[in-house]
Design a protein around this ligand. Structure first.
Ligand code: NAD
Length: 436
């Protein structure tokens, strides 16, 4: 970190950063699907609320010797099907509403994928770019300590999300297990997934979400008697999900014509090389700005570009009433969580643009996490080829279930994905009953 750079304090968190407003969107989607499938009223009441919401304020000493107090969140929506599961995000937009929305989406996602997990999400309201690596380590470790036994390998298992990565997961695993008795140290490593390979990570977890986005795109193309080969696409977000999606789409013969991240929007109708762009981004502090292999363009024109596939892989509420009407693509593959709001979705539907919904499209990440968790529980080391093969099979199954249910109920794929997930949750409650 540049020592001259001002350090952001919780009091000066940039309030101009637009709130994502995802909670309203997820509740509207839930109500719509619950009405159509006639969800049991008791189960509907349970699922409309989160089970627990943890807010922690914790102090950290910064490099300049000053103390700063940070605010972290962990919202646990539902655990009817298994331990809570979901990412931790370090971003200025993290607040209780966004954590709630993202936790609820995780419950639907794990239920749809047929995993033995519930849904949770959390993070810290912070712009990580303003802190040194040492500060981020202390912030992460102190956040983990503050969460204490609210997380655990059989209770609630965090994973990476926006601005959190394998290194941050390793610090969480180390901090969590260091506070437990030495005899249980190694049986606690799977308190998080998305760890580096040397710290119990799974080969392939890094690319699982982007790989899954491409598996669902191929399944979509098959349903529509098309091929992604030769298609043109644009990606918003060039982090974990955006890059790996581009990496696998390149292998399928599709052409990346535009990329947008938080710092720039790049365009080249002849094609942008994702590998060269990654090398540039890695060398420049995770920014695509300044890349010479494409031209910079006006960010507002991004979604209106002439292409076949749009992949939002950044924040929520990006495709809205303001820009959905200008989208020309055949399909929106939701790599991000909650990228399309209700009005945006209505406009896409009016134009007969397909949407591969987030809880299906990006579920490769949590499925990969499940394999990592199993690998750790069984003290095994799995190979990447078998991981990707299992992932592909599971995602194709989920896609088929969603498409078949859409035909059964005569609904769009998002609503049918909800119905598949909600049916599974409803069954669990009906069979098990409510204690006492
Ligand atoms: P990341 O931190 O690796 O990358 C985020 C990217 O989004 C960066 O390129 C950043 O510059 C860009 N971005 C941020 N604000 C932006 C803005 N206003 N406009 C355009 N771009 C912007 O995060 P990630 O892990 O790739 O996650 C991206 C999305 O995918 C999130 O919605 C996340 O919840 C979802 N997701 C991630 C995973 C996973 O395994 N990492 C799994 C499922 C879903």
């Amino acid at each position: 970190m540049n020592p001259d750079k001002p350090t952001m304090t919780t009091a000066t968190v940039d309030k101009t950063v637009r709130k994502e407003g995802m909670y309203e969107v997820v509740m509207e989607q839930f109500a719509h699907a619950a009405d159509i499938m006639d969800l049991d009223p008791g189960v509907r009441k349970i699922l409309a609320k989160t089970n627990s919401e943890i807010v922690v304020h914790f102090p950290v000493k910064l490099d300049n010797g000053k103390i700063e107090v940070f605010t972290g969140y962990r919202v646990q929506h539902n655990n009817a099907l298994g331990p809570y599961k979901g990412g931790l995000r370090y971003h200025q937009t993290v607040d209780i509403d966004s954590a709630r929305a993202l936790a609820i989406w995780m419950t639907w996602k794990t239920a749809l994928a047929g995993l033995p997990y519930g849904g949770a999400k959390g993070g810290i309201q912070i712009d990580p770019k303003l802190y040194s690596q040492n500060e981020l380590e202390r912030i992460t470790r102190r956040f983990t300590y503050a969460l204490g036994d609210n997380i655990g390998p059989d209770l609630d298992i965090p994973a990476p999300d926006i601005n959190t990565n394998a290194q941050i997961m390793a610090w969480i695993a180390d901090t969590y297990s260091s506070t437990k008795s030495p005899a249980t140290r190694f049986s606690n490593l799977h308190v998080v997934t998305g760890k580096p390979l040397g710290a119990g990570g799974l080969e392939g977890r890094d690319r699982a979400t982007g790989f899954g986005v491409v598996v669902t795109l191929k399944a979509w193309a098959k349903r529509r008697n098309k091929s992604v080969k030769g298609m043109k696409y644009i990606v918003q977000g060039f982090g974990n999900v955006g890059y790996w999606t581009a990496h696998f789409l390149l292998k399928e013969g599709a052409t990346l014509i535009a990329v947008q991240d938080a710092t720039a929007t790049l365009f080249d109708p002849k094609g942008i090389d994702p590998e060269a762009l990654l090398a540039h981004s890695d060398a420049n502090g995770r920014t695509i700005k300044g890349f010479t292999g494409a031209k910079e363009m006006e960010p507002k024109e991004f979604f209106a570009l002439d292409c076949d596939i749009v992949v939002p892989a950044a924040l929520g509420n990006q495709i809205t009433g303001e820009n959905a009407g200008s989208i020309k693509a055949m399909v929106v593959a939701e790599g991000a969580n909650g990228p399309t709001n209700t009005e945006g979705e209505r406009l896409l539907r009016e134009k007969n643009i397909d949407i591969i919904p987030d809880i299906l499209c990006n579920s490769g990440g949590v499925i990969g996490s499940y394999y990592e968790w199993l690998q750790n529980k069984r003290s095994e080391i799995w190979k990447i080829a078998e991981v990707l093969e299992m992932l592909e099979e599971k995602l194709e199954d989920a896609f088929t279930k969603v498409a078949d249910t859409a035909a059964e109920f005569k609904v769009d794929w998002r609503t049918s994905a909800y119905i598949v997930a909600l049916r599974r949750l409803e069954k669990a409650y009906k069979e098990r009953g409510i204690f006492p």
